[in-house]
Design a protein around this ligand. Structure first.
Ligand SMILES: O=C(O)C(=O)C[C@]1(C(=O)O)C=C[C@@H](O)C=C1
Length: 306
């Protein structure tokens, strides 16, 4: 006599037992991963007496790798959000970590953007001005600062905050990441973009953008001549923002972005400086970021039709 068909409750029990086993394995792996991260933190502290443990380049490479190997129906934004929580939870064990967030309009949009990236555990503080955020990072009272992308309609009167990064003084904050790296489907503002600054040098990840600021003094030069100067130096640039101080020296600072990694000592920066012989030019790479994942890379299967 054949055994009766299992009831829906019995079938659910079998599946839930398997889910419990997987959850236990996942939990065990998280505990083991944490032990390894603690050793990573010890090495960094012993070798460099590190005050900042975050490695944005490593994080970007990890997320790209994990996203590329994903399969099945689990939504990619959720998968990557889990990884972000895991990474930042781990980072907070290595040493102090905190986030200063620009919230000029008091609407919490940058807070959301920051929390999607830096997770629900890291201490975060909102600031009404971009200058305050830059000051927090320069003073070492926060590890990373989140600010509007210059030139975007979200930036307010201190939209040119990036000029505070135009300095070769050691410890000057640099741009180290762009948010969102993974655009979350339910973020309040779908068109919001931010830059992350920190007292750290950005690292190449294999797919990067760099921000280069050029300060010019003396006779006016057109935007086309600016682009030509970049081309002559071997750099393909996109204009982001400009600031005119004016005065007797007619000081202008321009911010441009190039689609590759450019280190602070890249010899093309010297060539760029010499590309404007009739004006005094200063050129500084103010940082860069790993190119965020595109919406195509984040596509996931639609839920079943009801
Ligand atoms: O690889 C490191 O350097 C780590 O500190 C580990 C880890 C991680 O959890 O994987 C945590 C924080 C870093 O920003 C990058 C990665």
């Amino acid at each position: 006599m054949s055994s009766p068909e299992p009831t829906p409750d019995e079938r659910l029990d079998v599946l839930r037992q398997q889910i419990d086993t997987i959850d236990d394995e996942l939990h065990d792996l998280i505990v083991r991963r944490t032990e390894l991260v603690e050793r990573v933190g010890e090495i960094k502290r012993d070798a460099w007496g590190q005050v900042s443990f975050i490695r944005p380049g490593r994080e970007a490479r990890m997320l790209r790798r994990l996203n590329a190997q994903h399969r099945g129906r689990f939504p990619r934004p959720v998968l990557l959000r889990l990884w972000r929580e895991m990474i930042i939870g781990s980072l907070c064990l290595e040493g102090p970590f905190s986030v200063a967030v620009f919230d000029g309009r008091g609407d919490g949009e940058f807070w959301d953007l920051s929390r999607d990236h830096f997770g629900s555990f890291a201490p975060m503080r909102a600031h009404r001005s971009a200058t305050e955020v830059v000051t927090e990072i320069s003073a070492g009272s926060a590890t990373v600062g989140v600010l509007p992308v210059p030139g975007s309609h979200h930036a307010n009167d201190d939209a040119h905050w990036w000029r505070a990064l135009f300095s070769e003084r050691p410890g000057t904050p640099k741009v180290i990441a762009r948010l969102p790296f993974v655009r979350m489907p339910n973020s309040r503002a779908q068109d919001l973009d931010g830059l992350v600054i920190s007292a750290l040098d950005p690292e190449p990840t294999g797919d990067d953008r760099s921000l280069i600021a050029v300060e010019l003094e003396g006779s006016e030069i057109s935007r086309d001549r600016l682009f030509e100067g970049f081309e002559r130096a071997g750099l393909r640039a996109r204009w982001i923002d400009s600031h005119v101080t004016g005065g007797p020296a007619n000081l202008r600072t321009h911010l441009l972005e190039v689609p590759e990694f450019v280190a602070a000592d890249d010899e093309r920066l010297g060539r760029l400086r010499n590309s404007f012989p009739d004006v005094a030019a200063r050129v500084i790479a103010i940082g860069g970021y790993a190119t965020p994942l595109t919406l195509d890379e984040l596509r996931y299967p639609a839920p079943p039709a009801s």
